[in-house]
Design a protein around this ligand. Sequence first.
Ligand SMILES: C[S@@+](CC[C@H](N)C(=O)[O-])C[C@H]1O[C@@H](n2cnc3c(N)ncnc32)[C@H](O)[C@@H]1O
Length: 342
Amino acid sequence: MAISQVLINAVEKLKQEKIPTPRLDAEILLSHILKKSREYIYTYPNYKLSKSIVARYALCVTRRIKGEPIAYITGHKEFYGLNFFVNKNVLVPRPETELMVDEALRAAHNPANALQNGAGAQRITLIDVGTGSGCIIISLAKLLKNKIRNPKSEIRYLATDISKPALAIAKKNAKLHHVDKQINPAPLGQSYNKNNVNDNKKLPQRCGVKFLHGNLLEPFLKLIKKPKFKIQNSKFIILANLPYLTPAQIKNSPSIQCEPKIALNAGHDGLKYYRELFKQIKKLNTLYVMRYALCEIDPRQTVMLKQLIKKILPKAKIQIKKDLSGLNRLAIINIPNSCLSR
Ligand SMILES: C[S@@+](CC[C@H](N)C(=O)[O-])C[C@H]1O[C@@H](n2cnc3c(N)ncnc32)[C@H](O)[C@@H]1O
């Protein structure tokens, strides 16, 4: 059967089943099966497909009709211009979450985050809580690796998740984007001499993401107790796109039924995890200079979230950013030391 006919049949089926973007989905799935671009499909409409290709394509269309996201069928999703592996164990990265990467970059570049004695050097710890596919922290590690050139700067990238299968995907993505190694090896032909810190060329840069299994910030709190994990005077940026939907919201959203409930369900008010996260933040020792927590929210939670922050971290300043659809999407919480328990 020719490409054009196979596509017409698929679009018809997807339309009948009320799939919102039938033509686009049919084209993406066919280009996935053919391992060719969508342009190829337009250029060769008369190209005859083998029976086995047509059968494999039909299976993909059936999966889509059953409600599986396109990204699970193709096995990948683009986020911040980068390609990420995804499967049923991780949330499909959403375009609105790119706002968190924009704001984290802004916070990382803020001169207020420079070390006082370091002539523009930065010491920042970025912690992605509930990392899922790793899309947020990996995008940041990849972008900052090239942008922060001062060899005395130190940026640590940490990520936690309660789901071990999700962490396995995040680690695979870190490897794909070459941000899986804790320390960059010394340049070829040169050995790194840690006593010679003035030799910028030989100084190793941290650029790898460290993935930790556990509940929200708990694995991080354990890590910083270890003497070798020296973190004093580092500015913290907590990145959290935690589950924020109620069971009723999940039930009423057919498009998310195949995604892991552990990535979506946040109890009766959708704030179960943010409530716990803010309580954990409050317990952080004041030695660890606190700065920002960036939290993605459901626009309908704005008022409740502000009340929650005022209750748990009363001196925190809150700014709400809108996404490209004009909806409240990101809470930027500036947390002074005076918020933390002593
Ligand atoms: C909404 S998804 C976000 C995934 C990813 N950060 C993104 O933006 O695409 C929430 C993630 O939080 C994780 N999660 C749920 N409960 C958690 C907990 N108590 N501690 C750590 N991670 C948790 C889930 O496994 C899931 O990967």
